[in-house]
Design a protein around this ligand. Structure first.
Ligand SMILES: NC(=O)c1ccc[n+]([C@@H]2O[C@H](COP(=O)([O-])OP(=O)(O)OC[C@H]3O[C@@H](n4cnc5c(N)ncnc54)[C@H](O)[C@@H]3O)[C@@H](O)[C@H]2O)c1
Length: 279
């Protein structure tokens, strides 16, 4: 196994019951690490952990709750020893244009994607600094570079998370911790299925989507290689970063991409036997 470290790390993964988090946990175990799978859906996290064997364990963790963070870190430590790596992966979206979302849906996205992740980073900073080492990996999104229609608040949280991440990494530059941020593009998980059901998210289908296992590979590689930032796809992802800097250009290009996404989405829906949307 190419990336197996001599001594497997102890890794705590959030949102590990499904999608990208579940793929990360599975690959990390296959590479010799020990993984505490956490999720707001405790039963699903425990079931995933049971299926992964002795080097996996499961625990409830709603990332919004400081008390849950404390208990999850304690549980990981009791089972495997000090947590070497935190993979902050949990996140949600509510689909729809900003004007269509209820105030509590906007709040929900901010409380989970931004404040929940911030709470986890702060919990990890304290514990990992005390133990003298640690690596914080935040799973963010390519939408942290490019504002997208259908994702206003979601993009807002991911822009903010990227800024938070790098600010903290700079603040902690003389300390013992490492920081990595990974930005998945459209990935075929429950989240993308939710987006497929809503034509306002058509832009997500403008480019090819990735399998969760491909994102997991980059994240689990990062446990060993510790890159500062990972974008997808490696080259086109860099172009998106540049486009995001020029709002005039963005406003002209994104409607074209959205129209392309609408056509691709309709093709995917017809291939699956669903009627194409008229929107
Ligand atoms: N799927 C994509 O297209 C895509 C693209 C870019 C970025 N991302 C990001 O990747 C991460 C994982 O997304 P995914 O596609 O695997 O999503 P998913 O919906 O498939 O899985 C998310 C998991 O997080 C859990 N979760 C939700 N709220 C939680 C909370 N408050 N506390 C703890 N766990 C919670 C869910 O129970 C679920 O198991 C998210 O941060 C998402 O924003 C996803």
């Amino acid at each position: 196994m190419r990336h197996t470290s001599e001594k497997g790390r102890v890794i705590l993964v959030t949102g590990a019951a499904a999608g990208i988090g579940a793929a990360i946990a599975e690959l990390a175990i296959a590479r010799g690490h020990r993984v505490m799978l956490t999720d707001v859906d405790e039963e699903a996290a425990l079931a995933r952990a049971r299926a992964l064997g002795q080097r996996a364990a499961g625990h409830a963790l709603d990332i919004r709750s400081p008390a849950d963070w404390s208990k999850a870190f304690d549980a990981a430590e009791a089972r495997f020893g000090a947590v070497d790596v935190l993979i902050n992966n949990a996140g949600i979206t509510h689909t729809g244009h900003a004007r269509a979302l209820r105030p509590e849906q906007h709040r929900d996205i901010v409380e989970i994607n931004l404040l929940g992740t911030v709470t986890g980073v702060c919990a990890a900073l304290e514990r990992m600094t005390a133990q003298g080492h640690g690596h914080i990996i935040n799973v963010c999104s390519m939408t942290s570079f490019l504002p997208l229609p259908g994702y206003a608040t979601y993009c807002g949280t991911k822009h903010a998370l990227r800024a938070f991440h790098h600010s903290v990494a700079i603040e902690e530059r003389d300390g013992p911790l490492d920081f990595t941020i990974v930005h998945p593009p459209s990935t075929r998980t429950g989240m993308l299925a939710q987006e497929m059901a809503d034509p306002s998210c058509a832009i997500s289908f403008a480019e090819k989507s990735y399998a969760p296992e491909q994102i997991a590979e980059a994240v689990v590689d990062a446990v060993v290689t510790k890159p500062v930032e990972v974008v997808f796809p490696p080259f086109a992802g860099r172009l998106q970063r540049i486009a995001g800097v020029f709002p005039g250009l963005m406003r002209r290009v994104l409607p074209v991409a959205e129209a392309r996404g609408r056509r691709q989405r309709d093709r995917l829906l017809s291939a699956q036997g669903f009627p194409a949307s008229g929107n």
